[in-house]
Design a protein around this ligand. Structure first.
Ligand code: GRF
Length: 200
């Protein structure tokens, strides 16, 4: 199985996945990083691990369609079977989603369907939620919406600050995402409508 990770930022989830591939806990080939931001920390992390990087910037294309067509080419060239979105700050268009339906995962730093969007940790904190968490889900055409694979909660206590909460969320993400990827690779998931059934 060839995996492509898509990232726009720091790449701490990418690093967690790299560690699990190296230790043999994720049995797959991390074949490609697709990144849209030249300054993203994820690029250095991928290069250090010997992973091929496709830097594909939206500004270099006249429209979203041609931008995504280029991404599609990179996926084909590298025979990608599974796409792992890890802080990729763009919605994928319907062509890519259709071409890889059931083969695109995303991680969201809140308990979906609460606190969708790109400021989920801060939004949960500011809202005064007592519990938040992490969700890994399949990607469909809507933002932060597809069937949920794994979800885990974290308490927000009185001493938490946005920073301490963020640290707790990331720590959990780095555990949960590899777990979800393993379930997918081992063929343990069955999707029925919105329900994802995990077999033992
Ligand atoms: C993570 O919090 C993830 O849940 C969200 O974007 C962030 C990416 O962080 N989708 P990193 O680049 O993996 O450190």
């Amino acid at each position: 199985m060839n995996i492509a990770v898509f990232a726009s930022g720091k790449g701490s989830n990418l690093a967690a996945i790299i560690r699990q591939v190296k230790s043999g806990k994720i049995k797959a080939n991390l074949a490609l990083l697709v990144c849209d931001q030249p300054k993203a920390g994820a690029i250095a992390k991928a290069k250090r691990a010997g992973i091929k990087v496709a830097l594909i910037k939206r500004d270099d294309f006249p429209d979203k369609k041609s931008f995504e067509a280029k991404i599609g080419e990179a996926l084909k060239e590298n025979s990608i079977d599974l796409i792992v979105l890890a802080g990729f700050m763009r919605m994928l268009g319907s062509e890519l989603v259709c071409a890889y339906r059931g083969k695109i995962l995303n991680i969201h730093p809140a308990l979906l369907p609460s606190f969708k969007g790109s400021h989920a940790i801060r939004d949960a904190f500011d809202y005064g939620a007592k519990v938040t968490g992490v969700t890994v889900h399949f990607v469909d055409e809507k933002m932060d919406h597809g069937p949920i694979i794994l979800q885990r909660a974290i308490k927000i206590d009185r001493r938490d600050t946005p920073e301490s909460l963020e640290a707790k969320i990331h720590k959990l993400e780095h555990k949960l995402y590899p777990e979800a990827i393993r379930l997918v690779l081992e063929g343990k998931l069955k999707v029925s409508g919105r329900k994802v059934l995990v077999s033992a």
